[in-house]
Design a protein around this ligand. Structure first.
Ligand code: ARG
Length: 551
């Protein structure tokens, strides 16, 4: 017998021919886990009107026609649902196979893709803000998950390390004597001081403008100081990643500056293809279908009137590089929702230019904002942007262990649909009950402590009690949950699954004594506990949430 884990799809496959025979056309059996049976299909109710027959009658006919031998028992419920119950032996056997598999019944993909994930992307000499936090946490969960599923994942940290602000920042560093390591320990203050000077001091402003030109034309001193600023910032970002348990490393930095030499070539290629229009001296692309509020075509500025290149040009160059040189099959961008139009326009121009060929997909995975208790963008009490390092300090101070504080922040971000906003609420995210990181960490630690007390290991699983059955079925739902999370780039599906699993375990643990049970039953229940712990551990690892052996 092969590995049976995805009962939803197995049952669907068996029901589909029967439904088609009754309906006269293919019908989605829509098999779902159900509190009324192991699984349920509502397809007969959906067909009733079309066929002009009572749903119960349709259900009865489907039940007679369907071949579910060796898989499940089928009955018709009151209103006309099909209730499906998996055989006890099959359930136990599926659990055994899942448990015997290191990958918990999740095969590595048969069609691995090279997936470039662009995430985090903070700006040099600037504090990371909460938007970067979300990108970092969500992007890392996706990178871990897709990699574990067998894809070839390339992490790219598209640092904001180039552009006009660097004239001002480098010039400020010159004024401070040039030692970046000391002068920019507080990045925010450094940036703000430079900004104030730029806004109030004419002489400084002139020097800053000359400095940009020097920097961009490769003046060694300017380059050296700029390099120090970048290096110092990278150290700071790496420190944050390490504290967060994020898998981005020093080799993943590929900031905007990397593409500078490609930009003139890129412009030449676009010009040769007739894709650029002169608009008051600036070279712009006008991809089809993008219009502003006034109905006019929206420009994507590729080269500014002063000859400089901006954010859009760099992103075009990055696509050209990621597909042309890195050989990407799929490009993912985990960047806040406000940049949606930017990416759609960049993708459209890249497609036209041939840098994004038909077989390669590019997706902007947007996300909502983190809000304060007042429902507005999260800020400090004084109204300043929150410093990420201070936020992490506070999480650690509030929690019983650093991993719990960090896990709480990450899980709060991952447990809701990424597209939505959410309110940052310490009490809720740190609660040991509910859909929280600490709840999962406690559930895991509880199982580990059970094993320390048991002294003996798990044995073959038999499933008899309803709570054992419910836990068994939930355990077998790992693969579909993971597929859903990866397929839609929706980590909250995996988070929700892990929460359901921890709840199913706690119900089981309350109703079914483990250590006090007779030998066989005890071994079987330890078997269920062990598989639960492994599934929690794997799932939490994929979300980037640390597990603890004891709390
Ligand atoms: N540095 C940008 C920002 O802070 C994010 C970069 C996102 N990635 C990209 N390829 N544009 O908004």
């Amino acid at each position: 017998m092969g590995l049976i884990v995805n009962f939803e799809s197995l049952l669907s496959d068996r029901l589909a021919p029967a439904l088609e025979a009754v309906a006269g056309h293919p019908v989605d059996p829509a098999v779902r886990a159900s509190p009324h049976a192991d699984f349920q299909s509502g397809a007969p109710l959906a067909l009733a009107r079309e066929l002009g027959r009572a749903p119960q009658e349709i259900a009865a006919e489907v039940a007679t026609r369907a071949d579910l031998a060796g898989l499940a028992e089928i009955t018709v419920s009151g209103p006309g649902f099909l209730n499906l119950t998996i055989g006890d032996d099959l359930l136990a056997e599926s659990l055994r196979l899942t448990g015997a598999d290191q990958r918990l019944g999740v095969p590595a993909t048969a069609a691995p893709e090279r997936i470039v994930i662009d995430y985090s992307g903070p700006n040099v000499a600037k504090e990371m803000h909460v938007g970067h936090l979300r990108s970092t946490i969500i992007g890392d969960a996706l990178a871990r998950t897709l990699e574990w599923l067998g894809h070839d994942v390339v992490r790219v940290n598209h640092l904001g390390d180039w552009g006009t602000p660097f004239g001002m920042l480098v010039e400020h560093l010159v004024d401070l004597g040039g030692a970046a390591d000391h002068s920019i320990r507080d990045l925010t203050a450094f940036y703000q001081d430079a900004r104030v000077k730029f806004d109030t001091d004419d002489d400084f402003r002139t020097r800053a403008r000359l400095r940009v030109v020097a920097l961009q034309s490769g003046d060694p001193l300017s380059r050296d100081l700029w390099q120090r600023l970048v290096a110092q910032s990278e150290r700071y970002f790496l420190d944050v990643y390490q504290r967060l348990g994020v898998t981005l490393g020093p080799d993943d930095f590929a900031g905007e500056s990397r593409y500078q030499d490609d930009l003139p070539v890129l412009v030449a290629e676009l010009l040769a293809q007739g894709l650029l229009t002169d608009s008051d001296g600036a070279l712009c692309a006008f991809p089809d279908g993008f219009t502003g509020r006034d109905g006019d075509a929206l420009p994507l500025i590729v080269r500014k009137a002063d000859g400089g290149f901006g954010y859009a040009a760099t992103d075009l160059a990055a696509i050209r590089h990621r597909v042309g040189t890195l050989g990407a099959d799929r490009l993912l961008y985990v960047v806040g929702a406000p940049q949606r139009t930017h990416f759609e326009m960049v993708f459209a121009v890249a497609r036209k230019a041939g840098w994004l060929p038909g077989g390669v997909t590019a997706e902007h995975l947007g996300f909502g904002s983190i809000l304060g208790a007042d429902g507005k963008m999260l800020k400090t009490r004084a109204g300043d942007t929150i410093k990420l390092a201070e936020l992490l300090d506070e999480a650690v101070a509030r929690a019983t262990a650093p991993a719990i504080g960090i896990g709480a922040i990450k899980y709060a971000d991952l447990s809701g649909d990424r597209r939505g906003d959410y309110v940052f609420d310490w009490d809720r995210m740190l609660a040991s009950t509910g859909n929280t990181g600490p709840y999962l960490q406690y559930a895991y630690a509880r199982i580990r402590s059970l094993f320390r007390k048991a002294g003996t290991g798990p044995g073959p699983v038999t499933v008899t009690e309803p709570a054992e059955r419910a836990l068994a079925l939930t355990l077998l739902g790992f693969e579909p949950a993971l597929r859903a999370a990866a397929g839609q780039a929706e980590p909250h599906r995996l988070a929700g699954y892990l929460h359901d699993l921890a709840v199913a375990f706690s119900v089981f643990y309350e109703r079914c004594p483990v250590l006090r049970a007779a030998d066989d039953v005890r071994a079987s229940r330890l078997g269920l506990a062990e598989l639960t712990a492994r599934t929690l551990h794997t799932g939490m690892f994929l979300l980037g949430i640390e597990t603890l052996e004891e709390i």
